[in-house]
Design a protein around this ligand. Structure first.
Ligand code: NAP
Ligand code: ZN
Ligand code: ZN
Length: 341
């Protein structure tokens, strides 16, 4: 079978032949039809996590959608032919203090706090940038019939995270929601907020995205936190930029009692509030968001399946995966690259 890998975690993706996978107990094999390219895949392939991920060869990807082609021993919830999506946390040890307190497969959680062996797609076990992919049956989700694999794929991480972030921000009726950084996550966050009826403001550094973002439902588009404040600010700011500091830079636009929700993963950048932070006086909160529970993923998939939110995708055949990674790294994808294996 063919899979994409990054020799030496040196940033160059290539397609190689690897041995065909099979399903162990509790697992399914999925014929991957569409696999979204997340900024985290780029980080992994660039060696941002030290190039020490225990996979040989490393195969990234946690946004794979396809059909079940094999079912392992003991699996009762999935059958051959099921249309499924897979996500990041496949299984955790279930025994450490983190697992005992959080029960992550059900409650969500990124799973990185697990002290035992954890199966995290594209991090500790091979992920979905391949023709076939093995996942625990329990971590797969059934896709709504009317949802194509190509549109489902970006929901499995980008949409899941964006929707979880909106949920984490607890917007109230009549409140205003801003989204900082309009990429894979951000363009879905804008649509989710708008679909829920919130006044939605996009904050982008990229002028040529303004028109497109307005067409996705943003009521206003601004360039930074200062401009966000000038147009009235936001009660909830969802930070989906690759640089965490973009969240701090948006703070001038956060209203009193507002919630700044951080979805960015920025392994090397700063997140520095500085000495003039008025967080305390303005009773503002900073909240983290990730994949916050499979029920939220189901909600996000339903919003897409019913057409209220539509991922904008650029499709690439498998042999152009390295080109897609380059375009994503350069900020030139509008807005999610989907690889067809
Ligand atoms: N929490 C989670 O579980 C989770 C899951 C998936 C991804 N993430 C993280 O979420 C972030 C977005 O991922 P993505 O896949 O949506 O990435 P993406 O498609 O590359 O989009 C990120 C956006 O960030 C903005 N940006 C790029 N460089 C920037 C910089 N130097 N300073 C400020 N903003 C910058 C750009 O938006 P504009 O052009 O509009 O400014 C860009 O479109 C990444 O940090 C990723 O690691 C987190
Ligand atoms: Zn992701
Ligand atoms: Zn654990």
């Amino acid at each position: 079978m063919r899979a994409a890998t990054v020799p030496g975690f040196a940033g160059r993706w290539e397609l190689i032949e690897v041995p065909m996978v099979s399903a162990g107990p509790g697992q399914v094999v999925i014929r991957v039809r569409a696999s979204g390219l997340c900024h985290n895949d780029v980080l992994c392939g660039d060696g941002a996590f030290g190039g020490r991920l225990p996979m040989n060869p490393p195969i990234f990807g946690h946004e794979a959608a396809g059909e079940v082609v094999e079912v392992g021993a003991g699996v009762t919830t999935r059958k051959v032919g099921d249309r499924v999506g897979t996500t990041w946390v496949q299984a955790l040890c279930g025994r450490c203090d983190y697992c005992r307190r959080t029960n992550p497969p059900l409650t969500g959680m990124a799973g990185t706090g697990c002290r035992g062996p954890a199966a995290l797609s594209g991090l500790t076990v091979q992920g979905g940038h391949a023709e076939y992919f093995v996942a625990t049956a329990a971590s797969t989700v059934l896709l709504p019939d009317e949802l194509s694999f190509d549109l489902a794929a970006p929901v499995l991480c980008a949409g899941y995270t964006a929707w979880s972030a909106l949920r984490a921000g607890r917007p109230q009726p009549g409140e205003r929601v801003a989204v900082v950084g309009i990429g894979g996550l951000g363009h879905l966050a804008v649509q989710f907020a708008s679909a829920c009826g919130y006044q939605t403001i996009a904050v982008t550094r990229t002028p040529d995205k303004h028109e497109l973002i307005s067409s996705l439902g943003a009521d206003q588009v601004v360039a930074d936190g200062k401009q966000l404040a000038e147009v009235g600010g936001a009660d909830v700011i969802l930070v989906t930029a690759t640089a965490a500091q973009a969240g701090v830079e948006a703070l001038p636009g956060l209203r009193d009692e507002g919630r700044l929700v951080m979805a960015s993963i920025d392994p090397s950048g700063p997140f520095n509030l500085g000495t003039n932070s008025q967080l305390w006086a303005r009773r503002q909160q900073i909240i983290g968001a990730s994949h916050d529970g499979l029920p939220y993923l189901a909600e996000a998939l339903d919003l897409v399946a019913t057409g209220r939110v539509t991922p904008m995708i650029e499709q690439f055949p498998a042999d152009r995966v390295n080109e897609a990674v380059g375009l994503l790294r350069d900020g030139r994808i509008r807005f999610r690259a989907v690889i067809n294996y």
